[in-house]
Design a protein around this ligand. Structure first.
Ligand code: AMP
Length: 274
């Protein structure tokens, strides 16, 4: 109610509102979304909420890193106007019973090993959209399937919100920034470089003209399989909008992977228009 009242006040003043949904433990990847939102909107809301319903039963909900004080500082420095940091109890009544479920786009890639994940994402994003009523919402290409899922939900359910996709921010050595990188010990942090190495290899092959999905994917898999601490969940090439597998790179294609480094599941990808 407080968030709604504030946004209503802004609206009365004719101000535009951008929303950046996050699970907190903010890093430069999140900051790039906030920076973009600050540029394109009069007011920016950052939601900071570890959404329990997008975690599977054996996943890392209880250990997911949290640091709201550091998040507040980052948001303030980046020029965000409001942090929405609800408790799980505020978001989910004990008899909560309404979910947004998507077919197809949410079924491949991460949806295979995380079958209830996108239902949790769609539901919480829907709730955030209704609470904040933003003009624009910002999502990272780091979670490329999530971005495709949110775009599809907004189209299918006629939501009057512009979805803005933002490029992947990486560490200097290539590793995509992620709150989950904090789980990695020193050896795992080094091993995690196989993800970005495989991404750069696949990208280069495509830039040089290779179009056969299997040729590209097997070169990428080989890089990952050479690392003893790495275990592939998937490495696949799909249409970037529908998330259906392709055998040839044509149109806007997403080449995406999920790889376990020890117990930590990391994702990375690249999107290319060919
Ligand atoms: P999370 O807190 O991990 O749920 O991420 C919140 C938003 O930040 C999502 O839209 C992510 O795609 C985006 N994001 C996370 N890491 C990165 C990154 N390294 N580069 C760009 N966007 C990111």
């Amino acid at each position: 109610m407080e968030v709604r009242a504030q946004v209503k006040e802004w609206r009365k003043q004719g101000l535009s509102v951008g929303l950046v949904p996050t699970m907190g433990y903010l890093h430069e990847g999140h900051k790039s979304l906030i920076d973009r939102a600050v540029k394109e909107n009069d007011r920016v809301v950052v939601s900071d909420f570890v959404n329990p319903i997008q975690f599977g039963v054996n996943e890392d909900l209880s250990t997911y890193p949290r640091d709201i004080e550091a998040d507040k500082k980052l948001c303030e420095a980046a020029g965000a106007d409001l942090i929405f940091h609800p408790t799980p109890e505020e978001m989910y009544a004990p008899d909560f019973s309404t979910y947004v479920e998507m077919q197809k786009v949410s079924e491949g890639l991460c949806g295979k090993s995380r079958p209830t994940h996108f239902r949790g994402v769609c539901t919480v994003v829907n709730k955030l959209f209704h609470i904040v009523s933003p003009d624009r919402a910002y999502f990272g290409e780091k979670d490329a399937q999530q971005l495709a899922v949110v775009r599809r939900m907004v189209r299918d359910l006629n939501m009057d919100i512009e979805i803005v996709g933002c490029p992947i921010i990486r560490e200097a050595d290539g590793l995509a920034k992620s709150s989950r990188n904090t789980y990695l010990n020193e050896a795992e942090r080094e091993a995690a470089l196989v993800l970005s190495k495989a991404v750069f290899c696949g990208k280069e092959m495509m830039e040089k003209g290779e179009r056969d999905a299997e040729t590209i994917l097997s070169a990428m898999r080989k890089i990952i399989e050479a690392e003893p601490l790495a275990r592939i969940d998937y490495v696949e090439m799909v249409d970037a909008d529908s998330i259906t597998p392709v055998t040839k790179a044509e149109g806007r294609v997403l080449t995406a992977m999920a790889v376990y480094i020890g117990k930590t599941r990391l994702i990375d990808n690249f999107i290319m228009e060919v």
